[in-house]
Design a protein around this ligand. Structure first.
Ligand code: NDP
Length: 332
């Protein structure tokens, strides 16, 4: 049995999005291949993106294709020359299927260690755990004593982010969607505070508990991101990990194109020119040279008289100016 993509859902996944097919079992691994019986399949929000016909970091799953998905399974037959043997547990992007033949190179052997659960390889040791680790440490650059806010905190990624945050000495405020999840986060995972975003007092609670934040690890996007952006300390880092509140929307309201930041690994970073004051001289020197040699062009839009200044301000908003808008207040 396998599951293929039947149609692209405009919003939520529906019963007709996928099609379950039973096909005759005639799988035989060739040279350097293995026949794998899938044991566990990882379900990830990213899959919702893969069934949209859009540019992203992976090509979309095509209609009629077996649905993409990360999984692990047991090798039940190894083809000639395969580096795996029967009984090996391997992981890979095997897709939504019960059995499949795969090239050795798309599979990786799981070395099960005592003290670990085999499912850890799809969780904290899998994509979501690694996302939490690198997202928080490499992108977020969390430091001891800083305030970390995590959305989607009770999920696979968020729950690891919260705990790494605590390990690194941050104050951690978690955001999740139920009282039970908040209790788990506070009592078992040890976050400093968990906030239920479905509570009517959520935004007030956020202000009260967080104050201002240094790192926002965002799995959710939408309104929560929008609000978190009003609570930044200087030099705060926003880790745009995901925006699950938008994935099912045909036309996400408000911010939507910012999802491209994720797929293109792009970064939004604020800056204030005043911070560069110590380097103004160096810049001016170079710009002056460009002006003098004529390689830098400029234009001015000059309005006469201070009395016209207020009205001229509107030019900036109507686009009435080309180049630099100035007011000539008096003649030399
Ligand atoms: P989770 O285990 O966190 O599951 C998703 C959770 O999101 C749900 O449990 C739900 O929890 C919450 N959620 C769903 N809809 C909404 C909504 N409208 N508003 C607020 N919360 C919502 O999934 P993952 O850990 O696998 O993924 C989490 C995020 O990380 C996703 O956005 C995913 O795309 C992203 N990701 C990004 C990667 C990257 O490389 N950038 C890699 C892996 C994941 P609740 O009850 O709290 O609402």
């Amino acid at each position: 049995t396998r599951v293929t993509l039947q149609e692209r859902p405009p919003e939520e996944i529906t019963p007709t999005t996928f099609k379950q097919e039973t096909v005759p079992f005639d799988l035989k691994p060739g040279r350097g291949q293995i026949l794998v019986k899938i044991l566990y399949l990882s379900l990830d929000p990213a899959l919702r993106g893969f069934i949209k016909d859009q540019r992203s970091y992976m090509r979309p799953v095509q209609i009629g294709e077996v649905m993409r998905g990360h999984a692990f399974g047991e090798v039940i037959e190894a083809g000639p020359g395969s580096k795996y043997k029967v009984g090996d547990i391997v992981e890979g992007g095997f897709g939504w299927t019960e059995y499949g033949v795969f090239d050795d190179k798309v599979a990786e052997k799981i070395e099960h260690q005592p003290g670990l659960d085999i499912l850890d390889f799809l969780g904290p040791l899998g994509t979501t755990g690694l996302t939490a680790y690198f997202g928080l440490l490499d992108v977020g650059k969390i430091k001891a004593g800083e305030t970390l806010v995590v959305s989607g905190a009770a999920g696979a990624t968020g729950s690891i982010v919260c705990q790494i945050g605590k390990k690194k000495g941050a104050k951690v405020v978690a955001i999740a969607g139920s009282v039970e999840k908040c209790q788990w986060l506070e009592k078992d995972l040890g976050v400093d505070k968990a906030l239920n975003y479905k509570s009517p007092s959520f935004y007030d609670d956020f202000k009260k508990e967080v104050g201002y934040l240094d790192v926002f690890f965002d799995n959710v996007g939408g309104d929560i991101l929008n609000f978190a952006l009003t609570r930044l300390n200087q030099k705060a880092r926003i880790v745009l990990c995901g925006a699950i509140s938008d994935y099912n929307k045909a036309k996400p309201k408000g911010l939507s194109s910012y999802l491209n930041l994720i797929s293109q690994r792009a970064r939004i970073e604020g800056f204030i020119i005043l911070d560069y004051a110590p380097r103004y001289a160096e810049a001016r020197k170079e710009i002056a040279e460009w002006l003098k040699e004529g390689s830098l062009k400029r234009r001015f839009h000059v309005v006469q008289g201070l009395q016209n200044a207020a009205q001229a301000m509107n030019l900036l908003f109507t686009g009435g100016n080309t180049g630099k808008l100035v007011v000539q207040v008096s003649q030399t």
